[in-house]
Design a protein around this ligand. Structure first.
Ligand SMILES: [Mg+2]
Length: 336
């Protein structure tokens, strides 16, 4: 008896080790979003961008397999999307409009090409959804033991002054745009229920969670921060701003110290479980302060007031014990 299945070789997917860098790039380039500001794009030694302002905003953020993501939980598309989202939100937090990304990827040679192409697709879809007109204008490929993405993002101030962390004044309104706590809840669920009995991240268990709690798991793996509201806040006169990456309380403390003020949150504005809103990180919403006489722009919600108690974060006038994410200490939240 012949075995047809055994006679037909199973097509195995090409890995990075099977292809030259040029062959990989030839597959990546057509997937990448083009930047409206691009004068010279990928393919030369460096890109050339146009700017309408004499200043530009630049930032970078890295994502490393292990500390920052697990391939059992995140799809390659999620990784590209999240890498775009986290960098775009830092540009937005300066009051700028994101214009371009430069992407460096290091991966084990055994990485299937579909992983790299999935990341490229996530970058494209993330830019299209969150910052239309922002494109990938260059990058680099290298080999490493851990899959690593390093993104540099550029932004245009369009003639506005940058909104710094240091501009808040006592009496200003504290406001936030975006989700609060959902990404942290999603990560907490993944750490509790997305691992097998040995604590190893499991794709199957993560898929079950994605089906049962899609909102909060997606908020963690592929966040949708309100990037366009950074420029809106700047135009509305925001006095200080930052994106909430490590937790509302931790990031409010950064703004408070930079401005030499205090922040007093009103717990009634923080939802049914204020601790989740205060301690959950990675939602990448925008925390901003506005002068008391300025109407809050649409999309921002009042959370409290700026006080003159330098460097303090209060909730209903009482000190808040900070929790949140620290890359060297891990989760320090009371809840997660
Ligand atoms: Mg930031």
């Amino acid at each position: 008896m012949t075995n047809a299945a055994a006679a037909t070789p199973v097509p195995t997917e090409k890995t990075l080790a099977d292809l030259t860098e040029g062959e990989v790039l030839a597959q990546i380039f057509p997937r990448l979003p083009q930047a409206d500001t691009e004068l010279v794009g990928p393919g030369d030694d460096a890109a050339v961008l146009s700017v309408t302002d004499g200043r530009f905003v630049v930032t970078c953020d890295m994502m490393i397999q292990g500390p920052d993501f697990r391939l059992a939980w995140s799809t390659p598309h999620d990784l590209g999307w999240k890498a775009a989202a986290t960098n775009l939100s830092d540009v937005a937090a300066m009051g700028a409009r994101p214009t371009a990304l430069v992407v460096a990827i290091a991966a084990p040679p055994s990485t299937p090409i579909s992983v790299i192409l999935g990341i490229a697709d996530g970058l494209r879809d993330g830019c299209a959804a969150l910052a239309p007109g922002c494109g990938v204008v260059g990058g680099d490929l290298s080999a490493s033991d851990a899959l690593t993405l390093s993104i540099t993002a550029f932004g245009d101030l369009e003639g506005r002054s940058p909104v710094l962390r240091s501009g808040a004044a006592a009496g200003d309104i504290v406001a936030h745009a975006g989700r609060l706590g959902d990404a942290g809840i999603g990560l907490g669920l993944l750490f509790r229920l997305g691992v097998d009995e040995h604590g190893v991240p499991s794709r199957e268990l993560a898929d079950t969670l994605k089906a049962s709690r899609p909102e909060v798991v997606a908020a963690q793996l592929a966040p949708v921060p309100p990037i366009h509201l950074g420029a809106v806040a700047a135009l509305a006169g925001a006095s200080a701003m930052l994106d909430v990456s490590d937790g509302l309380a931790i990031d409010a403390g950064r703004l408070a110290r930079a401005s030499g003020v205090g922040i007093d949150f009103e717990s009634a504005t923080l939802g049914a479980q204020p601790e989740l809103a205060l301690n959950g990180g990675e939602d990448h919403g925008l925390l901003a302060t506005f002068p008391p006489d300025a109407p809050l722009p649409e999309g921002f919600r009042r959370l409290g007031l700026v006080t003159d108690q330098a460097g303090t974060v209060l909730v209903d006038g009482r000190p808040h014990t900070q929790g949140g994410w620290d890359p060297y200490r891990g989760w320090d939240g009371a809840v997660l």
